[in-house]
Design a protein around this ligand. Structure first.
Ligand SMILES: Cc1cc2nc3c(=O)[nH]c(=O)nc-3n(C[C@H](O)[C@H](O)[C@H](O)COP(=O)(O)O)c2cc1C
Length: 151
């Protein structure tokens, strides 16, 4: 199966979360997930070509999308994602009013394009460092891989 995770990360937190998720998919489920840094991508047909995908984003400004994610976000409506399994994860900081809102923004945008999200949006404060974070990550991986089995 061709499963891709596409991430943005300025200071490394979302990259670390993405790496952790990829590692856990392999260790816990023997599922290979390829990591793609959004700034290295020239187009986004990878989303259509994937059997399933995961978006990992941080939130910037005052609840703003990372600048390097805007192009991807704006391209999603033109992609055929009908029935495509996806999930959205991200890091943020609760000292900001709009905690991790870009995770929900991406979820809505992909849902509108026909994607099917079997997971709950995963929001991590800075980095995964407590039982609740790891439980939520495990649940995300469980829900995502169960949906792949049903495909
Ligand atoms: C200028 C600035 C604005 C930010 N705005 C928000 C925000 O609105 N909501 C939020 O949840 N986090 C916000 N953050 C926190 C980042 O999303 C958080 O540090 C995230 O883990 C960064 O991810 P990265 O290390 O992958 O770049 C902001 C951080 C900075 C520096």
């Amino acid at each position: 199966m061709n499963i891709n995770l596409i991430y943005a990360s300025l200071t490394g937190n979302t990259e670390a979360l993405s790496e952790l998720i990829v590692e856990k998919f392999k260790d816990d489920k023997n599922i290979d997930v390829k990591l793609n840094f959004v700034e290295d991508m020239s187009d986004y047909s990878l989303l259509e070509d994937s059997d399933a995908f995961i978006i990992a984003t941080y939130t910037y400004g005052d609840g703003d999308l990372p600048e390097e994610m805007e192009d991807l976000y704006n391209t999603i409506p033109s992609l055929n994602l009908n029935g495509k399994i996806y999930g959205v994860v991200g890091t943020g900081d609760t000292t900001y009013d709009e905690f991790c809102v870009c995770v929900d923004q991406f979820d809505k945008q992909i849902k509108k394009a026909g994607g099917v999200n079997p997971t709950s949006n995963l929001k991590i404060e800075i980095e995964a460092d407590c039982d609740e974070d790891f439980e939520n990550i495990n649940k995300f991986i469980e829900d995502f891989s169960n949906a792949l089995k049903e495909k």
